[in-house]
Design a protein around this ligand. Structure first.
Ligand code: ADP
Length: 244
C-alpha cells in the first residue's frame, strides 16, 4: 500500500501478510502510519497504489453490499472497548451477531436461542460467563476488553484488527487481555493484526512484529528477533537509551 495525504506520504510501499492463527503486532513511533494501515484495511480510506486482500478478496474495488459482506468478517477491537455501557455484557456480545440475524430480531432484541448460545460460549471462553447479565459499564477495563474479544468471537470473524487494545489497561490486565487475544487467534485460526505501543507485549505475545517508521516498513520478523538493534531501527537510539 502507498497512501499520501496531500504532501505527506503516510505509507510508502508497505507490504505484509497476516496468516490465519497468528497475532501480528504492528509497532512504530507516533506518525509511523499505523492508523493509516487500519484505515486502508477497513477501506475507510483507499490506498493510492497497491491493494489489500482480505480472505482472498481484493477489497479495493468493492462497493455496497460486497464491501459490507467482507467487512462483516473483520472484527474490530478498539482502545476504548466501544461497548454500550448500559447494556449487559451478553447484549454487547450479541451485537456481534447483528450481521447474522434478521433485522426484525435486532429491533426487538429477540435473538434466536442459537445466537444466545454462541454469545454465552464466547463469554465463557474469555472467562466472563458469570458477568453475562452485568451492565458493561460496571465491569473493569480488562473485563470490558474481554467482552469486546467475545464479541468478535461471536461475530465469527476470520480477521481481527485491534487498535491499541491494551493501552488504557494496567499492566496485569493488559497482559491478560493480549494473552486471551493470542490464544483465541490460535484456537480459531483467526488472523489478528494488533497495533501496540508497548514493545514488551509485542515481543512476549505476538508471533510476528511488523514495524513502521515514517511510513516505511522497517521490519517484518518473528517477535523473538526484535532485539535492541531492531528497537533502535524503529524508534531511534535515543529511545533505546531512554528505555534502559
Ligand atoms: P500513527 O497511527 O502511526 O501515529 P498515522 O497513520 O496516524 O500514524 O499518520 C501517518 C502520517 O500521516 C503522519 O505524518 C500524519 O500526520 C499523516 N496523516 C494522517 N492522517 C492524515 C490526514 N487525514 N491528513 C493529513 N495527514 C495525515
Amino acid at each position: 500500500m502507498t497512501k499520501r495525504y496531500r504532501d505527506t506520504t503516510a505509507l510508502d510501499d508497505v507490504s505484509f501478510t497476516v496468516r490465519p492463527g497468528e497475532l501480528v503486532a504492528l509497532v512504530g513511533p507516533s506518525g509511523a502510519g499505523k492508523s493509516t494501515v487500519f484505515r486502508c484495511l477497513t477501506r475507510l480510506v483507499t490506498a493510492d497504489a497497491g491493494h489489500v486482500d482480505v480472505l482472498g478478496t481484493p477489497i479495493d474495488a468493492l462497493h455496497g453490499r460486497a464491501l459490507r459482506d467482507v467487512r462483516r468478517k473483520i472484527g474490530l477491537i478498539f482502545q476504548q472497548f466501544n461497548l454500550i455501557g448500559r447494556l449487559s455484557a451478553l447484549d454487547n456480545v450479541l451485537a456481534g451477531r447483528l450481521g447474522h440475524v434478521a433485522t426484525w430480531r435486532v429491533a426487538t432484541r429477540l435473538f434466536p436461542p442459537a445466537d444466545r448460545q454462541i454469545a454465552l460460549a464466547a463469554l465463557d471462553r474469555v472467562g466472563l460467563l458469570d458477568k453475562a447479565y452485568q451492565r458493561a459499564d460496571s465491569l473493569s477495563g480488562g473485563q470490558q476488553q474481554r467482552v469486546a474479544i467475545a464479541r468478535v468471537l461471536a461475530q465469527q470473524s476470520r480477521v481481527v484488527l485491534a487498535d491499541e487494545p491494551v493501552s488504557s489497561l494496567d499492566p496485569s490486565s493488559a497482559a491478560n487481555v493480549i494473552g486471551v487475544l493470542r490464544d483465541i487467534a490460535r484456537e480459531h485460526r483467526i488472523g489478528v493484526l494488533c497495533a501496540l505501543h508497548q514493545v514488551d507485549f509485542a515481543r512476549d505475545y505476538a508471533d510476528r512484529i511488523v514495524a513502521l517508521r515514517g511510513g516505511r516498513l522497517v521490519l517484518d520478523a518473528p517477535a523473538r528477533d526484535f532485539d535492541d538493534a531492531a528497537f533502535s531501527r524503529v524508534y531511534g537510539s535515543e529511545a533505546l537509551a531512554a528505555s534502559m
